[in-house]
Design a protein around this ligand. Structure first.
Ligand code: NAP
Ligand code: MG
Length: 502
């Protein structure tokens, strides 16, 4: 058999404005995921006591697709009265049914939810992508499987809490108020709801206003799983409604993931009450590459670390520290790899970088990128075409960044990498820890002893070695310093939802 080698390049399209005779790589043919199996309703009411009902008074707001700016649905805008109703229903379900069930019964419901998420995974993945702007390959391969995995994992603990806390008596807390962000809407819901239910609590959850649709799809799963009414309640509305929920006197536990600014407001609001609080806030993670690191593997880790989910990841590796001796070859490879990322339609199975979640977030990314240029850092962006509509931003990296630049200090929450250098491990440690945050870090080196030294020295809740952005329900996740307190995931994640009687 003879094989003819296909040409690796083609003449550049005239519209790209490149020099005459320039060649560019072949394009991928478009490979859009089908949306036929998905039915988004025109309007969603609040989900309270296993029923969807309009808010009182009836008010709604629009939810859009950030990749097209088209309206996907309208959802209810809860009032303070609706919050009260949701908490009252959750309290009733707690007293009358959920807290009375043995753990083995609660486990059955959680297993059922996990299996239904798996069965409906294509539907969840498409709705998540339509609503959040993240690439379908990520919602399909990361968000939805991890959400199911969380329910499976905590289903396993529901009847084993006595073993999780030996010689203590774990007791449920009551009603959990849970507020989640827009970057991993379904996954954050799972991280919050699964341990709460496993420990015998009931919940009222408020998704972010831009991304409520998978939460309402999950409400449908709650009904399908025949969970007793009132165990899971989902309400939508602006931040002030989140604050009503936090302040409600019948709430016993508050769990929040989002910005440090709102986290601080919530901490102040619960101070002096007996509400238990966990906060998972922002980050500005250091990803540290030593000169002995496997360089191609490190390049993939750097790319995954900051361009996964458009960089809208609290633990994103947004500060890259490269040992000076490998700075130039690493940067050449990194720029070349950046240029191969495909930016565009999130529903296309070949897309690597989708849409930024909202116009507001895009403006924030743009403003910080402009500050980087003004403060004297050098910008590099690949020459990719962006769609005409939607909130897209080119994957970006900055070199010549100094520690004092805003792009080295502030969380950008976008596809923007700041590259810095170091000479010795001590210098890397000092620079990496020079941040108000402390959520995650990454270390790349062949040397095992150096991994241990670096991991111990990082003031960060999660440290990855020769990998990045790995999540597993068995592994605790959470912050130091302004990245918050408390842990989600693993055995540690149970502690946030129980009180321990002696
Ligand atoms: P945010 O305001 O902290 O929103 C997170 C959640 O809190 C949303 O459900 C939000 O509701 C709700 N919320 C807003 N104000 C509240 C208040 N006063 N009381 C109670 N709940 C409130 O985050 P954002 O404005 O969407 O994003 C701002 C920045 O935060 C981002 O640029 C990023 O740097 C950071 N962020 C971090 C994470 C993370 O995972 N750590 C996630 C998202 C954002 P609404 O959606 O209705 O406002
Ligand atoms: Mg906000």
């Amino acid at each position: 058999m003879t094989m003819t080698k296909k040409p690796e390049t083609r003449p550049a399209p005239a519209s790209w404005g490149l020099a005459a005779g320039a060649h560019v790589p072949w394009e991928y043919a478009s490979a859009p995921e089908s949306t036929d199996h998905v039915q988004i309703k025109p309007e969603y009411g609040l989900f309270i006591g296993n029923e969807f009902a309009p808010s009182k008074p009836k008010r709604t707001f629009e939810v859009i697709n950030p990749a097209t700016e088209e309206v996907l649905a309208r959802v209810a805008r809860a009032s303070a009265k609706d919050v009260d109703r949701a908490v009252t229903v959750a309290r009733g379900a707690y007293h009358n049914t959920w807290s009375k069930l043995p753990g083995s019964e609660r486990a059955k419901y959680l297993y059922r939810i996990a299996r239904i998420i798996q069965e409906r995974s294509r539907e969840f993945a498409v709705v998540e992508t339509l609503n959040s702007g993240k690439p379908i390959k990520e919602s399909r391969d990361v968000d939805v499987p991890l959400a199911a995995a969380h329910f499976f994992y905590y289903a396993g603990w529901a009847d084993k809490l006595d073993y999780a806390f030996p010689n203590r008596q774990p007791r449920s807390l009551g009603v959990a108020a849970q507020i989640i962000p827009w970057n991993f809407p379904l996954m954050m819901l799972a991280w919050k709801i699964a341990p709460a239910l496993a420990c015998g609590n009931t919940v009222v959850l408020k998704p972010a206003s831009t991304t409520p649709l998978t939460a309402y799809l999950f409400a449908d799963v709650v009904r399908q799983a025949e969970l007793p009414p009132g165990v899971v309640n989902i309400i939508t509305g602006p931040g002030e409604i989140g604050m009503e929920l936090v302040r409600h006197p019948e709430v016993n536990k508050v769990a929040f993931t989002g910005s440090t600014a709102v986290g601080k407001m919530i901490a102040r609001a619960v101070a002096g009450s007996d509400k238990k609080l966990t906060l998972e806030l922002g980050g500005k993670a250091a990803n540290i590459v030593f000169d002995d690191a496997p360089i191609d593997q490190a390049i993939e880790g750097i790319i995954n670390g900051i361009y996964f989910n458009q960089g809208e990841v609290c633990c994103a590796g947004s500060r890259l520290f490269v040992q000076e001796s490998v700075y130039e070859p690493l940067l050449d490879k990194l720029k070349a790899r950046l240029s191969t990322l495909r930016v565009g339609d999130p529903l296309d199975k070949n897309t690597d970088v989708g849409a930024i979640n909202s116009a507001g977030q895009l403006a924030k990314v743009q403003e910080l990128v402009e500050s980087g240029i003004e403060e004297g850092a050098e910008i590099f962006q690949p020459d990719c075409q962006l769609p005409d509509r939607g909130f897209f931003f080119r994957p970006t990296l900055f070199t010549g960044v100094s520690q004092s630049h805003r792009i080295a200090q502030e969380e950008i929450f976008g596809p923007v990498l700041s590259v810095l250098t170091f000479r010795t491990p001590e210098e890397a440690i000092e620079k990496a820890n020079n941040t108000p945050y402390g959520l995650s870090a990454g270390v790349w080196t062949e040397k095992g002893s150096r991994i241990f030294k670096m991991v111990a020295a990082m003031r960060a809740g999660v440290v990855w070695a020769n990998t990045f952005n790995r999540f597993d329900p068995t592994s605790p996740f959470g912050g130091y310093k302004e990245s918050g307190y408390g842990r989600e995931g693993g055995l540690h994640g149970l502690a946030a939802y129980v009180r321990l009687d002696a």
